[in-house]
Design a protein around this ligand. Structure first.
Ligand code: ATP
Ligand code: MG
Length: 400
């Protein structure tokens, strides 16, 4: 038999390839973060912006600083000017003025999955930006990275291979036989004052196999394990965001089962929309099966979010128009547009909300921020509609 003109690639060579890839990651991270430093939130707000965020006037803030209800603002030792307020400072103001938007203890915590079995549709991007949008508003947010690829974990400043122990820090121990009784062990604070993260890393993928092996005998236990875990921590949060892997596996099913609302990111192009249509079909069948496995699952809302939308591509515009016509009630009105700003931020393992300085004064940034805010606002209202204690205020705002 004639031999290939190419020599075979050996396992050893593949190992070397993986090793080199890790080196690239390590170098990229070294470039992004100075050695030994951790990712920090650099956002500073001036008093006018702080007043807008708090929902009280600048004068009331200054009065509270003068009479000691709020600490003296920090000043630059050289110029004597205020250095601005951090998000933690703004939240302290919200607390003093009673404008924190938390749900009442009697309102259900929102467990929102950003779900589509298709890869690369913007699930993790949406999770990270939505988490930060909500955190800027003062909500208590928990992000659960359910994807062993760990993009969201990386965006929150952790190196999944180095900073996350698969035996201790991810969902994995909780999914194992005889695992911990609740999920508190996995919660970690992030550099965002009101975002907690349950990180992921590659080890989480083992849960897929183990769950699949246990499905035959312990179906209900397996499918409901994530939901049961979230029950043990949800009192501490207003919103819990789930970032599932791009596949119809056991983890994705657990996410569907744990969530009480879904947002489905769907880029308006033929291939991705084809997959989304397929996802919706499978969703119906899967939910039926899950219902038979014990207890039907209702969602507070299920919405499709057009992602990576490019207005200058006629195909995108046409497909988006079709989506609006076919699902008039199911589409979010706001759109997550394709933006170089998101790409650039991601390349620096950051979100658009984390950018500071000159980058935030460009037109591209402002535009991108405006539509990310619009998506966030629309989802925020949907979430608040599920909280009876917010209804009076929503009526006042004219959205209920
Ligand atoms: N609106 C956007 N504009 C530009 N780039 C985007 C946008 N949304 C996502 N991207 C880019 O597309 C890539 C995939 O996005 P993301 O990781 O959020 O998708 P995903 O659905 O979570 O993928 P996976 O299925 O692999 O988990 C990323 O590089 C991200 O920066
Ligand atoms: Mg992802």
């Amino acid at each position: 038999m004639e031999q290939s003109a190419l020599p075979p690639v050996t396992l050893r060579e593949l190992d070397q390839l993986a090793g080199r890839a890790s080196t690239v990651i390590a170098r990229l991270r070294d470039r992004l973060y100075a050695p030994g430093t951790e990712k920090r939130l650099e956002l500073q707000f001036n008093v006018r912006r702080a007043a807008e965020m708090v929902g009280r006037s600048e004068k009331l803030i200054r009065d509270a600083e003068a009479d000691g209800r709020l600490p003296e603002p920090e000043k630059d030792p050289d110029t004597g000017r205020r250095t601005g307020y951090s998000l933690a400072d703004v939240n302290r103001m919200r607390q003093v003025f009673g404008t924190l938007p938390h749900r009442a203890p009697s309102d259900p915590a929102m467990v929102l999955a950003i779900q589509n079995f298709k890869g690369g549709v913007g699930k993790s991007t949406t999770v990270c930006h939505l988490a930060q949008y909500l955190a800027l508003k003062g909500y208590r947010v928990c992000v659960i990275d359910c994807d062993s690829q760990a993009s969201t974990t990386s965006m929150f400043g952790l190196n999944p291979d180095v900073d996350v122990d698969e035996e201790e820090d991810t969902l994995y121990p909780f999914f194992r036989h005889g695992g911990p009784p609740d999920l508190s062990y996995a919660l970690r604070a992030t550099y965002w004052p009101n975002i907690a993260l349950i990180p992921a890393n590659l080890g989480l993928y083992d849960a897929e196999y183990e769950f699949a092996a246990r499905m035959a005998r312990e179906q209900a236990f397996v499918l409901d394990r994530l939901r049961a875990g979230i029950e043990t921590i949800k009192d501490r949060f207003d919103v819990i965001l789930l970032d599932p892997p791009p596949a119809l596996g056991m983890l994705s099913l657990s996410v569907l089962r744990a969530a009480n609302a879904l947002v489905i990111p769907a880029p308006p192009n033929n291939i991705d929309f084809g997959s989304t249509a397929h996802f919706l079909k499978m969703l119906g069948a899967t939910l039926n099966e899950l219902a038979q496995a014990g207890g039907a699952r209702d969602y507070s809302f299920v919405k499709i979010l057009a992602t990576k939308m490019n207005d200058t591509k006629s195909a995108h515009v046409a497909i988006k128009r079709m989506m609006d016509a076919v699902f008039p009630m199911d589409m979010l009105l706001s759109v997550q547009k394709d933006s170089a700003e998101i790409d650039n931020a991601t390349a620096n393992l950051s979100t658009v909300y984390e950018l500071t300085g000159a980058a935030t004064r460009t037109e591209t940034h402002k535009r991108c921020r405006a539509y990310l805010d619009a998506v966030g606002r629309e989802i925020e209202v949907l979430i608040r509609k599920t909280w009876p204690s917010h209804h009076a205020q929503l009526r006042k705002e004219g959205v209920l």
